[in-house]
Design a protein around this ligand. Sequence first.
Ligand SMILES: Cc1ncc(COP(=O)(O)O)c(C=O)c1O
Length: 450
Amino acid sequence: MNSDRNRALDHARDLVAAAWTEFDTARDIQPPVSAELLATLDLPLPEQGIDVVTALDEAAEALDQSLAQARPRYLAYIGSSGLEIGALADLLAHSHDPNLAIHAGAATLIEAQALRWVAEFVGFPATGGSFTSGGTVSNVTALAAARERAVPGARRSGTPVSAVAYCSADAHYSIVRAIELLGIGSDNLRAVPMDAHRRMDPVALDAMVRADLAAGLTPIAIVATGGTTLTGAVDPLGAIADVCAEHGIWMHVDGAYGLPAAAVLPERFRGLDRADSVSIDAHKWMFVPKACGIVMVRDESALTAAFGHETSYIPEADDEPGSRNAVDVTLEYSRPLRALKLWLAFRTYGAQWFRDSISRTLDHAQALHAMAAARGWEVGPDPDLSIVLMRKQGIDNAELVKRLQDDGRVYISHATVDGETWLRPCFTNVRTTAEDVRVLMDVADEVSGN
Ligand SMILES: Cc1ncc(COP(=O)(O)O)c(C=O)c1O
């Protein structure tokens, strides 16, 4: 067992080193899944194992033939980077495999410290929260707290039929899903109109809230997006916070994608510190591997009110600060130590490295936007964050995205905005360089027949 273990570790080390080296220099194709691999991936349940080195090779080959977000010219959706120190953190954390459901000693303290660090990094006065599997779980967690705050006892008696909530039409689908799961019903999720920049219109929001209150409805939460998935627009947080304060409504900021930028563009996120809860994904624009979401709240007792409970199989937490069982503030029970990735990355690189790296990706978006306009492409509004909208007049842009993906030198996805298809490169990868941006532009020109 020992020699097998060491052989496996040595071989895994080589495979990881080869992958990391390759990510330093982008490759020119996205290889299709080979016939040999397809045959392996069709095998029935193995009764007997094979040599670990062969099995690791198969796994590495499968990953090499997968769409890997860590590659520097992967600019689709909202990618991540698989930051090396984060991958090592996962190896360590999964090897020790603490369970963050209950108070797990130092692992719990690491989670609490990483949460304090990320709160300070973006400028949100958190008193509690937890690491999650991502924005989807963070959002439903925050909205469960909001529902309980607006209607104390709703967790037991059910959501009242009068409940309503608000977000812009460009909010991520996970908000709709959370509202459905919490029994509010997506028919009662108001789509607040947006301005020409696709940011929520706070005057329209206020009018909608007033009309609903006059009709006897019960606002549960207003969800502002700190960087929409579609275009990267940041809703006006300060003006939305004013509406929330005026009517005593819970303010949630979904910053799963965009919130890291608050560390370098605080003026764009002014009002963030007035929110009741925020979501942020470190596995997006803070570069660490999935899954590493964080939900933070201004007042942790709101989470305890929504999730606290007693069972005969979970030990009682003692009264020391930080010693509460995480199952009393989270949706999940068994949880891995996701926080170690971010903790180790902050510890290794420091906050300034993160600010510099995020600034660089913002610069990439500005550079591409300017370059595309100069080369005759139609471009969307000046990017709030790191998503660029660009399209070619007179051609099918959905088809162009497909052709670019087939070409494989760069990988981007599309956005449909008011029925029109745009190319939508998104810069969240720490490995992407200014040269990669130029290559993207050249390849887009070439494939579009410019
Ligand atoms: C604004 C926003 N919220 C929530 C999510 C969902 O996050 P996750 O995929 O980590 O659950 C995303 C994903 O892209 C997002 O962009």
